[in-house]
Design a binder for this molecule. Sequence first.
Ligand code: PHE
Length: 345
Amino acid sequence: MINELNQLRANALEQLAPIGDDRALEQWRITFLGRKGALAALMEKLGTLPKEERAAAGKLANETKAALEAAFQAKLGAVKQRALSESLESEPLDVTLPGRPRPRGRLHPATRNLREIYRIWRDMGFQVFLSREVESDEMNFQLLNIPPHHPARDNWSTFYIAGSEQGVLLRTHTSPGQIRAMRALSANGTQPLRVILPGMCYRYEQVSARYEIQFNQVEGLAVGRHVTFADLKGTLTEFARRMFGERPVRFYADHFPFTEPSAQMDVQCIICDGAGCPLCKFTGFLEILGAGMVHPQVLRNGGYDPDVWSGFAFGLGPERIAMLKHSIEDIRYFWGNDLRFLEQF
Ligand code: PHE
């Protein structure tokens, strides 16, 4: 047995040496190392040996197997390497072939638009304050002068959190962040404040080209000792100028329970320049935000004394603004994840 194993090994290595291609190598493997190969046949015989010889023969059989496998691997590497250098030398390499383009990711249009809005407000001295998306009824409504059963609640169709007995909800606007920002940043109503509060809001709406159940808002809040309605108009006009370029704006009386007086701001239609078109419904103007002077009770709820402090606030819809700037006619594109839309930005 010992002899046979040694012979097999010598024989196998001798035959392996001259091999230079895949096929012959595979044939060699089958002959010596295969399941029905020479080595397997010998190993099968191990069991028939007398006990005294079995251990030594078994050990040698295993060593033989390991040696042949190692030799096979080494040869395999050499054969592959040779095939590669041969093909590199013989096959022409066309360096003028166009490369394979890699698809590149990019920022979502809503994110890019938000960042532009942040930049404009930052340049005007407003810091970003992140408030929460899940709110209490108290923050979202009551502290903003909208008690339970107030008719103004109809303006904000609300998603309530199940099991919270209507106390917890998804914020319907970013305005509750006004209270949180005042309480967090004003040091008990002793510090002036200029913040924007961006983020997702949720409304229980029939989804359509104009309404989504989720959308971003950017709230703004400025509180100081002598903040007037003129500051509101001047600041918002300047924002529109930086966002849309030189074009007229106009303010309209509006109503929100948490501002007094309240206003709506329009910019001249960016499609027809005021001549009238379907986008502006032939009014020549587009509404871009709601705003107003912070209601004294809201200032109080935020920790400020309204006899000393005043402020203005606004809320704008960034998706609406992006739609106007890029003539996007359906708000559902924003969260529809359709690459044909996203790749245009
Ligand atoms: N929160 C209001 C809305 O969602 C917008 C607004 C914000 C109005 C701040 C005035 C002041 O419609």
